[in-house]
Design a protein around this ligand. Structure first.
Ligand SMILES: Cc1cc2nc3c(=O)[nH]c(=O)nc-3n(C[C@H](O)[C@H](O)[C@H](O)COP(=O)(O)OP(=O)(O)OC[C@H]3O[C@@H](n4cnc5c(N)ncnc54)[C@H](O)[C@@H]3O)c2cc1C
Ligand SMILES: NC(=O)c1ccc[n+]([C@@H]2O[C@H](COP(=O)([O-])OP(=O)(O)OC[C@H]3O[C@@H](n4cnc5c(N)ncnc54)[C@H](O)[C@@H]3O)[C@@H](O)[C@H]2O)c1
Length: 473
């Protein structure tokens, strides 16, 4: 069977390699270089920039540790060059193209935008075509744009990487993951930020405590946060622009800034490939798929951001495997995104997995515990006492159904809660684990112990590890 994978981000790379492992004759076609948003434009370079911003900001805490010295200067060119180095490393260092070829995948890179010219055929502008029995679309998405008068004055986060000087002031429009990250980094580089979002709170998908905690941390840093506001218009002004917005109650407000950068969503790219020519139904640029990632055209599957499900690298990789299996072996495996930890490199970081408190209370009898970082030694020693670990458990099953962390290393700490969830651990088992000391992850342990104290301890079933230790397995 011939399988054509279109798009070489984490979803497409995984789908291509797995389809080849399953015995298909696989070709992967990519308009640029393989790697996708994750490696070239999104998480990898953004992490490098967030680290630079953080190092600059750490200067503020030097005196507390007995250090003195001048505030570091930011060389934007060098910081961006470092982010590019990370992106290049992700491609060259991981030798992605060689890896595909070693996995018996034929690869065509730098094809330019590809589009359907028949139900089984994709073409490039230079006339080359690729056909297959099954097609897997893994073409991701792109930054959305404002649709208001003067929108052309704003840039997206992708364009922002081409700027050569940090603006003295900027509006960041969009208060979800990308907008918060961008605002946090720019502020760390010395830009006076105003963060504007249509949603009533920062990170509208997050647990309420994370939204509130991040907003107050941002405000304490001197950033301006305006939620529940829509941008109506942008007007050019000498040296910058005026952003006109309406607050929730209709009150107009104007903000004068040098730059406006938008992070207003991530529409799928399916509208750019003439998917309708192959009988594929799309919605706002996303391929409409069923639980097997199969589109309305039975021989065409979609995975990763382009199906609009769970727009994360780990989810793209998971869906890539499922799409490959269903395309090659037949559509039987359903996709589930049950335990998906997410972490973001704002300052402070946040991490989350599972249900928010609001969602959990609608489904289960719940108990919630919050361990504050100013009660733990490591955050105090590190001079980062603001933050918390919040655990939500289903009191009947006594298992974690949601965890939300704000503060240092949250993207790492949340993994502990996620692993406990994936292993189906009872809260008593989490509370009895011996955590390394002194760590931020101890917040998980403390919250678990609070819950057990509050609920009373139930006898634990003999765990696998204890049976293993006593030699009974
Ligand atoms: C700023 C930012 C930060 C992020 N941070 C994180 C994070 O910290 N953690 C996390 O898990 N996720 C993060 N994400 C999300 C993550 O990057 C995506 O979920 C992930 O890259 C999706 O993988 P994908 O393979 O579906 O799509 P992509 O990685 O976008 O890959 C799609 C590929 O398809 C190619 N393509 C598109 N159209 C065509 C066409 N017509 N013909 C041929 N090829 C085409 C593209 O060139 C691209 O290489 C972030 C995203 C952004 C924007
Ligand atoms: N660290 C991470 O894990 C990470 C980082 C970045 C992005 N991502 C993922 O990428 C995907 C896209 O994220 P995103 O933040 O780019 O988009 P998003 O769709 O999650 O959020 C866009 C935000 O912009 C707001 N908005 C839209 N139009 C607006 C307007 N006219 N005025 C004001 N606000 C407006 C919306 O209310 C929304 O909150 C998400 O699934 C996210 O999880 C993940």
């Amino acid at each position: 069977m011939r399988v054509l994978v279109v798009g070489g981000g984490p979803a497409g790379l995984t789908a291509a390699l797995h389809a080849a492992e399953l015995g298909a004759e696989v070709t992967l076609v990519e308009r640029h270089q393989v790697g996708g948003t994750a490696l070239s434009r999104g998480p990898a370079p953004v992490r490098a920039l967030a680290r630079a911003a953080r190092l600059a900001r750490d200067w503020e805490s030097w005196p507390a540790f007995g250090l003195t010295g001048p505030r570091p200067e930011i060389d934007v060119g060098a910081a961006l060059a470092n982010a590019d180095r990370v992106a290049r490393y992700a491609y060259e260092g991981k030798r992605l193209a060689d890896h595909l070829r070693a996995g018996a995948v034929s690869l065509a890179e730098n094809t330019g935008d590809l589009r359907f010219v028949g139900t089984h055929t994709i073409a490039a502008d230079d006339g080359r075509t690729w056909s297959a029995d099954r097609i897997i679309l893994a073409i991701g998405g792109r930054p959305g744009r404002l649709d208001v008068p003067g929108a052309e004055l704003a840039i997206t986060y992708e364009d922002a990487r081409a700027i050569t000087r940090i603006p003295t002031s900027a509006c960041i429009v969009g208060t979800s993951d990308t907008g918060c990250q961008l605002a946090s980094i720019l502020h760390g580089f010395g830009c006076q930020d105003t963060l504007i979002g249509a949603a009533p709170r920062l990170l509208p998908r997050a647990d309420h405590a994370i939204s509130v905690g991040l907003a107050s941390a941002f405000t304490a840093r001197g950033m301006t946060v305006v939620t529940g506001a829509s941008v109506d218009q942008l007007d050019a002004r000498p040296g910058g622009m005026q952003v006109c917005l309406s607050l929730r109650d209709g009150t107009p407000r104007v903000v004068d800034v040098q730059r406006t950068i938008t992070a207003v969503g991530w529409p799928g790219n399916a509208d750019l490939v003439d998917a309708a020519a192959a009988g594929v139904v799309t919605d706002r640029g996303y391929v409409v798929v069923d639980e097997h990632l199969q589109s309305s055209a039975p021989h065409i599957f979609a995975c990763g951001d382009v199906d609009g499900n769970s727009m994360l690298v780990s989810s793209a990789v998971h869906e890539g495997r499922v799409a490959a299996e269903n395309a090659v072996l037949g559509p039987t495996r359903g996709v589930t995104h049950e335990v998906v930890p997410v972490g973001s490199f704002t300052d402070p970081e946040y991490g989350m997995v599972g249900l928010t408190e609001e969602q959990a209370r609608q489904r289960y009898p719940c108990e919630v515990a919050v361990a504050r970082y100013d009660d733990l030694l490591r955050p105090i020693a590190d001079g980062r006492p603001n933050g918390f670990c919040k655990l939500i458990i289903d009191t009947q099953e006594r298992r974690i159904v949601g965890a939300h962390v704000l503060g240092e290393y949250s993207a790492e700490v949340i993994q502990v809660a996620a692993t406990s969830m994936a292993a189906g651990m009872r809260i008593e088992a989490v509370a009895e684990m011996e955590f390394a000391f002194p760590t931020f992850a101890e917040g998980i342990s403390q919250a678990a112990q609070m819950l057990v104290r509050r609920l009373g301890k139930r006898p634990m079933p003999v765990t696998w590890s204890r049976r293993a230790a006593s030699g009974t397995v």
